[in-house]
Design a protein around this ligand. Structure first.
Ligand code: PPS
Length: 368
């Protein structure tokens, strides 16, 4: 979810949505949802712990999805986004391994010989993150943040959604990324494109998301681990509820254009998972090419390439990234492990998470 920054923008410049809310502070979205601006006690509790959301948060009904208010500006473009036959969309709730999987998919499709001249280009430029625009500050002097956007969309206004416009301008075969659930993107996405959905154990996902909220100022969280667990189990984190995100994908798992994968399986046996992906994507790679992909997308190699694939200025800028947290706990590529929750969560927190799993994730999914 990391986005490149620009020296003309900082977190204090965040502005509210340009969408008009009715007197009751609700608006209807083309997806069929009603967006309702958070107010009163619910808002007071969240803005205290997540001060960077001062632009407002909305709940979408049905689903109780939580988003920055700016999501409403882009919801129509995202819902009506035209997928093409050659598209592969990597879809996950945040911190489930999107960046890893999109690099795997992009490399399998474009760079199995590891000789592609643009392989080191920033991740956003090769794999547009469709819903990123809602996190971009809306300012008068808004500056384009993607190099590919400037090149492929000359004269286009970044305020109209830089990532969506970049994705539209990108030549086939496109690999795209989203953290949106199925219900907020085009209903016929699976008729038109292939989707790779990645699930991750909720306890590791929650811990990785906590790190994200401490690291990146655009989603800053200032409370304790215990408080964050409460927000997680009460579906109070942006892009949540995680259980519903998973459920919508799980229900579609037998669709021939959906490939459902667990982060833990990628960790446990990457070659087997790459073979499964090869069959799904129809890439027809040799054993040596798959081995190339496995090595090139390993945690160590991706972390080593961080300065190329993530915007260096953004990552080094204290206004965007908490450097103390980065030095102490790690940066975007934090640990890349499965099961580390065992070292981080007290018995009480494990019980709270387990209760949430058994009550909410009761649709047949078994976490690894
Ligand atoms: S985001 O910000 O939502 O897009 O994050 P996302 O990419 O989905 O997930 C980030 C976590 O994935 C880990 N990661 C990897 N693990 C294994 N191998 C590779 N190559 C890899 N690349 C990223 C990353 O470190 C985050 O997990 P944690 O547990 O925080 O380390």
């Amino acid at each position: 979810m990391v986005r490149p920054g620009s020296d003309k923008q900082n977190v204090s410049q965040r502005h509210t949505s340009s969408i008009e809310m009715t007197e009751t502070k609700t608006t209807s979205l083309v997806s069929g949802h009603t967006a309702s601006l958070l107010e009163g006690e619910e808002w007071a509790a969240l803005i205290k712990d997540f001060p960077s959301y001062h632009g407002g948060l909305v709940r979408l009904f049905p689903g109780r999805w939580l988003y920055p208010q700016r999501f409403c500006d882009f919801s129509e473009k995202l819902f009506n986004f035209q997928f093409r036959e050659e598209d592969v969309l990597v879809m996950t709730y945040p911190k489930c391994g999107t960046t890893w999987t999109q690099e795997i998919v992009w490399t399998m499709r474009n760079n199995p010989g590891l000789d592609h001249p643009e392989a080191d280009a920033e991740a956003f430029d090769r794999v547009p993150f469709l819903d990123m625009d809602m996190f971009t500050p809306l300012s008068e002097e808004m500056v384009s943040i993607s190099k590919a956007f400037k090149r492929l969309c000359p004269g286009a206004d970044p305020r109209d959604g830089e990532m969506v416009q970049l994705a539209q301008a990108l030549a086939d075969p496109r690999t795209l990324k989203t953290h949106l659930p199925f219900s907020l993107i085009s209903a016929n996405v699976l008729d038109n494109a292939k989707v790779v959905y990645v699930a991750r154990n909720p306890k590791d996902t929650m811990l990785s998301y906590l790190h994200h909220h401490r690291l990146f100022r655009e989603q800053e969280f200032v409370g304790s681990l215990e408080k964050f667990v409460d927000h997680f189990v009460n579906d109070n984190l942006v892009y949540g509820p995680y259980w519903l995100h998973l459920k919508e994908a799980w229900e579609r798992r037998d669709h021939p254009n959906l490939h459902f994968v667990f982060y833990e399986d990628l960790k446990a046996d990457i070659m087997s998972e790459l073979k499964r992906l090869d069959a799904f994507l129809g890439t027809g790679l040799s054993h040596d090419q798959l081995a190339n992909v496995a090595k090139y997308t390993s945690f160590g190699e991706m972390k080593a390439r961080e300065e190329k694939t993530l915007d260096k200025e953004f990552m080094n800028n204290e206004a965007f990234v908490n450097q103390e947290v980065r030095n102490k706990d790690g940066g975007f590529f934090r640990q890349g492990k499965a099961g580390d929750w065992k070292n981080k969560l007290s018995t009480e927190l494990v019980e709270k998470m387990e209760k949430w799993i058994s009550q909410k994730c009761d649709f047949g999914i078994n976490f690894k």
